[in-house]
Every structure is written in structure tokens, then in C-alpha cells.
Write a protein that binds this ligand. Structure first.
Ligand code: C2E
Ligand code: MG
Ligand code: MG
Ligand code: MG
Length: 286
């Protein structure tokens, strides 16, 4: 036992530890129950095509309707779900729900759009993921190119050689692929060339000060240029202001996503956006 300081300090330390362990156990138990009871749902955030100002797709983002705490966002439960392996079951629910939702929207006559689903590092490595994807595509009947899988740069870089093989397999199924949180995961340029993905999503930490911080502006501009050289599209995450939009437009960024256009919304609230297939935007006026 590391006993830093006197007796009182030690007791204080262990009490804090106990509380953390306690909270963690409660969260784990709640998550198990949540999977059984089906307390997970998805919100959807529109992605805007720069050249047209139209909604080209939506990103599906997990939410947990907790019986006591209300709507819980993923940062509160994904890390524990990932460590315990529960993310595999939760991720399967997310994938199925997103594809079923898209099928329902298309059946209701909404214009075709893409749905993007986040994959955790653990899910990405699962041997049965291709079979699951095949099942979901068959069950829902959606065209495979309307499904996009987002893999974070850091999970792709855990084992780049395996990642390339997995990505290649998904690509052969016709599913679209994106590297999420790009710029935070230290990928080398040589791997970027080898990852068979359709697009890169610039992490929102670079977008935040894009119009005021010259370093962030340079990084974003270089990322967009590099992606285009490699034949990939670029999505900017976390776009909150018109100034950020203008900058990204100047750099020929392909797709924009962020609160400036819309927060992630429950399905019933996003339908009006999809029906008009446009969101209020200075790009539409341009
Ligand atoms: P992400 O995939 O990078 O998703 C983007 C996050 O940025 C979302 O947070 C979204 O609500 C938030 N965001 C979008 N626009 C803006 C903006 O303009 N400003 C700011 N400040 N934030 C914005 P959210 O929904 O809390 O999700 C957080 C993370 O949880 C996601 O990051 C993703 O890594 C993970 N996640 C969400 N759904 C799933 C899922 O189904 N499976 C897995 N494995 N992970 C998921
Ligand atoms: Mg994402
Ligand atoms: Mg992201
Ligand atoms: Mg992120």
C-alpha cells in the first residue's frame, strides 16, 4: 500500500477510492440491466454537403434512457461498456436500430441519405462483425453504401495491419467507411494511404478555433489537402459558427457537422430536416 502522508490522509484516500469503486460497480450493474431492458436509443445529427447545402447523411449517436438519471450521453458509459465488453451488445443494438430507422425513413418516402454508426475498438475487432453486418443489411434491405461505419483513428492504429484487413472486408460488402476523430490518434501518413476508407472526420478540437488559431487552421487545411490527394472526402465535426463554416468552405471541406446546423436530435425531431433535405445554412444562400 502506498501510504503518502499521515494516517488521516490515508483514510481519506481509501474512502475516495471506495466511492469510485462503488460508483463504478453501480454503473456496471445498471448497464447490464439497461441491455436487458433495452434502455438505449439513438439521436441523429445531420451532415451537410458543402457543395449543395443539403443533408447528405446523419450520424447515429447513442443515448441511454436511465430510469433515475434521465438521458445519459455516451461519455458517461462508453468507457465502462468498452472495458467490460458490454459495448459489443450495446453496439449491436446501435447498428440494428440505425439501419432499421433508415429503412423506415426510406419506406416513408424520405430522400435517400446515409446513416453513420460508430464502432468501438472492441466491436471493430469482433470476428462476427461481418456476419452481423450482412444480417442487418439483409434484414433491413438498405443498400450497403447508405451505411457508413466510423472507426476512430486510435482504434485503427491499435493494430494497423489487422485494421486494413477488416476495413477491406467491410468495403467489399459495399459499406462506406470513415476515420473518426482524425488528428487525435497519431497515424502515420503511410497508414493513411493504406486505410481503404472513404472519408476522414477532422476532430472537433481542431475545428474549435479554426478561424482564430493559425496552427489549427494550418492543420485543418493540410488534412483536407492530404485527404483529397488520397481520394478521400473530409467531414468537419463540431462546426458551431458561421466563421468556421466559411473557413472550411474556403478549404473545400466536403461535409460539415455540428451544432451550427443542428444538435443530435431524437428521430421524430430530425424528420422535418430530412423531408426538406436541407438545414438553415449560409452555404445554401451562397
Ligand atoms: P463522435 O463519434 O466523435 O461524435 C461526435 C460528438 O460530438 C457527439 O457527442 C456529438 O453530440 C458532439 N457534437 C456534434 N457537434 C458538436 C458541436 O458543434 N459542438 C460540440 N461541442 N459537440 C458536438 P456524443 O453524442 O456525446 O458522443 C460522444 C462519443 O461517444 C462519440 O464521439 C463516439 O465516440 C461515442 N459514441 C456515440 N455513439 C456511439 C455508438 O453507437 N457506439 C460507439 N462505440 N460509440 C459511440
Ligand atoms: Mg463519430
Ligand atoms: Mg468524432
Ligand atoms: Mg469525438
Amino acid at each position: 500500500h502506498a501510504k503518502a502522508g499521515g494516517r488521516n490522509n490515508f483514510q481519506f484516500f481509501t474512502e475516495e477510492m471506495n466511492q469510485t469503486v462503488q460508483e463504478r460497480l453501480v454503473l456496471e450493474g445498471d448497464l447490464r440491466v439497461a441491455i436487458e431492458r433495452g434502455e438505449f436509443l439513438l439521436h441523429y445529427q445531420p451532415q451537410i454537403e458543402m457543395s449543395t447545402g443539403r443533408v447528405i447523411g446523419v450520424e447515429a449517436l447513442l443515448r441511454w434512457q436511465h430510469p433515475v438519471h434521465g438521458l445519459v450521453t455516451p461519455d458517461r458509459f462508453i468507457p465502462v461498456a468498452e472495458e467490460t465488453g458490454m459495448i459489443v451488445a450495446i453496439g449491436e443494438v446501435a447498428l440494428k436500430t440505425a439501419c432499421r430507422q433508415l429503412a423506415a425513413w426510406l419506406a416513408a418516402g424520405l430522400p435517400p441519405l446515409r446513416v453513420s454508426v460508430n464502432l468501438s475498438a472492441r466491436q471493430f475487432k469482433q470476428d462476427n462483425l461481418p456476419a452481423l453486418l450482412q444480417d442487418v443489411l439483409r434484414e433491413t434491405g438498405i443498400e450497403s453504401h447508405l451505411l457508413e461505419l466510423e472507426i476512430t483513428e486510435s482504434s485503427a492504429m491499435e493494430n494497423p495491419a489487422d485494421a486494413i484487413l477488416h476495413l477491406r472486408g467491410f468495403r467489399e460488402m459495399g459499406v462506406e467507411l470513415a476515420i473518426d476523430d482524425f488528428g487525435t490518434g497519431y497515424s502515420s501518413l503511410s497508414y493513411l494511404k493504406l486505410f481503404p476508407v472513404h472519408r476522414l472526420k477532422i476532430d472537433r478540437s481542431f475545428v474549435k478555433d479554426i478561424d482564430t488559431d493559425t496552427d489549427d487552421a494550418e492543420i485543418a487545411a493540410a488534412t483536407i489537402a492530404l485527404a483529397h490527394t488520397l481520394g478521400k472526402e473530409v467531414v468537419a465535426e463540431g462546426v458551431e459558427t458561421e466563421a468556421q463554416c466559411r473557413f472550411l468552405q474556403g478549404q473545400r471541406c466536403d461535409i460539415l457537422q455540428g451544432y451550427y446546423f443542428s444538435r443530435p436530435l431524437p428521430p421524430e425531431e430530425i424528420v422535418p430536416y430530412l423531408r426538406n433535405n436541407a438545414v438553415p445554412s449560409p452555404l445554401v444562400r451562397a
